[in-house]
Ligand binder design. Structure first.
Ligand code: MN
Ligand code: MN
Length: 298
């Protein structure tokens, strides 16, 4: 593990997240938002660890803009902007919820407070299940519900979900945090009327390589090599292909790669009762005395 690169990626990701937080996005298209945020990451010298997610209202996660996506932000929307920067594959994963309607401000604050309380208790050896309990208690105290089937995760080089989960609710078992690993913590909050779970939606616009095994379709194999060369095993979007591939053809070839299981397509995640969802997220590395939150605002 290269702490230095995690910290470098974290500094960039947190700078960009604070720009996102401070901006008025009303009337902007999600296409412009995703492109602009990705450009802010790149111009600071990092790569994008995954396509910027701009998930609106009851969509909790995993929506990124399609090429020329026409959806625009309304003044009543609650938007989770989840962004990732990477240096040599060492990832900073962070998110902020922006909203311009005071009636949803409480949800945003609940997510932020849950994250901040979680970060206050982290050090080497702390149990992930205890972090989950803190997150759940904080959110419920404010009269909201945590999303039980979304969780934080361990990170590894070129790997966003490296196998260990940090729950957003109290749960039995689990693991203890190691000082030799980076993790992301990401509380998701919904209303009391929410089910507190997400389900898969129909839309799938984030993809990642599954296997580099050839498909016997020459053009699809060329796209497979292109994906590996440009994104490694990290997630990507169709938007990231259309500079080099004709859009219609890229879609067809992606379908081929998905059907051959060379590429995985991730569905958007929607709150089961279609209630709004807020999120906050940091990446951190525990130590014996506490924690380095790599995505802490400077
Ligand atoms: Mn994230
Ligand atoms: Mn994450």
């Amino acid at each position: 593990m290269t702490v230095e690169e995690y910290i470098q990626a974290g500094k960039i990701a947190s700078e960009v997240r604070e720009i996102v937080r401070g901006k008025n996005w009303i009337g902007k298209s999600v296409y412009d938002i995703c492109e602009e945020v990705e450009n802010e990451i790149k111009k600071r010298g990092a790569g994008c660890a995954f396509p910027v997610n701009a998930s609106i209202n009851e969509v909790a996660a995993h929506y990124t803009a399609e090429p020329n996506d026409p959806i625009t932000i309304k003044d009543t929307d609650l938007i989770k902007i989840d962004l990732g920067a990477q240096i040599n594959g060492y990832i900073a994963d962070t998110a902020v919820t922006v909203c311009y309607d005071a009636q949803f401000e409480g949800m945003v604050q609940a997510a932020e407070e849950a994250l901040s309380n979680a970060m206050s208790m982290v050090k080497t050896g702390v149990k992930a299940s205890d972090i989950g309990r803190t997150i759940e208690t904080t959110i419920k105290r404010r009269g909201f519900k945590p999303i039980a089937n979304l969780s934080g995760h361990s990170l590894d080089q070129y790997t966003i979900h490296a196998g260990k989960s940090i729950p957003n609710i109290w749960s039995i078992g689990g693991f203890s945090l190691s000082g030799n690993s980076a993790y992301a913590c990401e509380p998701f909050v919904t209303t009391e009327q929410g089910g507190g779970f997400v389900r898969n939606g129909k839309i799938k616009n984030i993809f990642a390589l599954n296997s580099r095994k050839k498909t016997k379709n020459e053009e699809a194999d060329r796209l497979l090599d292109f994906i590996w060369d440009n994104f490694n095993m990290l997630p990507f979007a169709l938007r990231w292909l259309v500079k080099d591939w004709e859009e219609k053809r890229a879609r067809e070839l992606l379908d081929v790669l998905v059907s051959k299981k060379a590429v995985q397509a991730y569905p958007i995640l929607i709150e089961v009762n279609e209630q709004r969802v807020a999120q906050a997220e940091h990446t951190f590395i525990p130590n014996e005395n506490g924690v380095t939150v790599t995505t802490q605002a400077q």
